[in-house]
Design a protein. Structure first.
Ligand SMILES: *Cc1c(COP(=O)(O)O)cnc(C)c1O
Length: 426
């Protein structure tokens, strides 16, 4: 199914193809475990000699169907669902980095990811160097060390809305023999498919547009199958040398293009267990079925709201990569010609205090710690998601202290603009 159909069809149909007499709708396999007829059948599963289900911490049919849909949408060979976007980002890096290793990361990333990489993973002995993604290649290359194992970036950063030059990052990663991992949460594969530009691994917070209705926290990791781990075997012993916990099986030899994603499931999910519940995967799938309809509406509305704000004299600045003149307009046109996302940011004249007062007067747009949802919502990162960051780190992450993150929903754009107008005048 993955190859012959277009994204709209994949959103609706991929992942679950019922056979005769089976449910038309993807069932929720709300079962921790799965039955076998002989002890030998089960034993083969534990040795990864057969594929099949035995315990939902490792794999579940509902989750696998939804992962297969996301893999098809991204054009990857396989995917794994996780309990959250944070878990997806952690697993994506931890799958190829261990204590003593290092990776390089764009500084324009989500605050939660920044904290995970800069604080928690350092406690595990995995070091990171943050680079300015807009720096020239030679400058970014200086951050690489002999023990560097990956390069990481976000297609459109949350909330700074900086657009990643994916081809440039892929060149830098590959010239150092490491994969490029891209968090593609904001554009979704409807607007950008990073594998087509050289990324090797894609991660998602499915909590955002993919679910789209703010019902379920979740994440996903997608493997392009393109990175040649064996060509850099000395860097990736976890993939290219025997795993004693599976009787000396070597992932690249046993699973080829599926080595990375199989290891993530068979080893990391087995040991760390941040699975997505089948119920949440079912809800995520309902969201995915309309992703191709919602994304264009988010983008269309966001552009109208951004244009309105740009003309309003109470507004100090507007940041939306879909606006001509924006610093990232050209990159957005290159990587996302059909639209970027529904999230915009802006600052009001008068700064931080005026921003907070404006937000308190909004009626339709709700103040929530969420983004990329069918309903318009708003957040002040410096007071909320990015509270832990110093002013210096805020600026480095592209988040000004007066920045209002406005996530434009799929309501009528005139109603959203009227709400902004009354709050600006209040
Ligand atoms: C929200 C978000 C995350 C974290 O995802 P959760 O599902 O909240 O754990 C990671 N990356 C980006 C770009 C995000 O927007």
């Amino acid at each position: 199914m993955a190859k012959q159909f277009k994204p709209e069809t994949l959103c609706v149909q991929a992942g679950w193809s019922p056979k005769k007499g089976e449910p038309r709708v993807l069932p929720i396999y709300q079962s921790t475990t799965f039955k076998y007829d002989t002890s030998e059948q089960m034993a083969r599963l534990f040795d990864l000699e057969d594929s099949g289900y035995f315990y939902t911490r490792l794999q579940n049919p509902t989750n696998d169907a939804v992962a297969a849909k996301i893999a098809a949408l991204e054009g990857g060979v396989g995917a794994m669902l996780t309990s959250s976007g944070q878990a997806a980002n952690f697993y994506a890096v931890f799958n190829i980095c261990q204590a003593g290793d290092h990776f390089v990361c764009s500084s324009a990333i989500y605050g939660g990811t920044f904290n995970l990489f800069n604080v928690t993973m350092k406690k595990l002995g995995i070091d990171v160097t943050f680079v300015n993604p807009d720096d020239p290649e030679e400058e970014i290359a200086k951050a690489f060390r002999p023990n560097t194992k990956a390069l990481f970036g976000e297609t459109i950063s949350n909330p700074a809305l900086e657009v990643l030059d994916i081809e440039k990052f892929a060149r830098i990663a590959h010239s150092h023999g490491v994969p490029l991992i891209v968090d593609n949460t904001f554009p979704t594969p409807i607007n950008c498919r990073p594998f087509e530009w050289g990324a090797d691994i894609v991660v998602h917070s499915t909590t955002k547009y993919m679910d789209g209705h703010a019902t379920s926290v979740g994440g996903a990791i997608v493997d392009s199958g393109n990175f040649d781990w064996d060509a850099h075997a000395e860097k990736f012993p976890g993939l290219c040398t025997p795993d004693e916990s599976y009787h000396g099986l070597t992932y690249t030899k046993a699973f080829g293009k599926m080595a990375y994603i199989t290891k993530a499931t068979a080893q990391l999910m087995r040991d760390l267990g941040s699975i997505q519940s089948p119920m949440n995967a079912f809800l995520l799938n309902l969201g995915l079925e309309t992703l191709h309809l919602r994304m264009p509406q988010h983008c269309k509305n966001a552009k109208k709201v951004a244009e309105y704000l740009q003309k309003n004299d109470k507004v100090a600045w507007v940041n939306y990569c879909g606006l001509p003149g924006n610093k990232y307009y050209e990159l957005a046109q290159k990587y996302m010609p059909n639209g970027s996302c529904g999230v915009i940011s802006f600052g009001l004249k008068g700064g931080r205090e005026v921003a907070i007062r404006f937000m308190d007067h909004l009626k339709l747009a709700a103040i929530v710690t969420h983004v990329a949802d069918a309903r318009t919502c708003v957040l002040h990162p410096a007071s909320h998601t990015h509270r832990q960051l110093t002013d210096e780190q805020l600026i480095e992450a592209g988040v000004r202290p007066d920045l209002i993150r406005f996530s434009v929903g799929i309501e009528n754009a005139e109603d959203i603009i009227a709400d902004i107008e009354q709050a600006l005048n209040a």
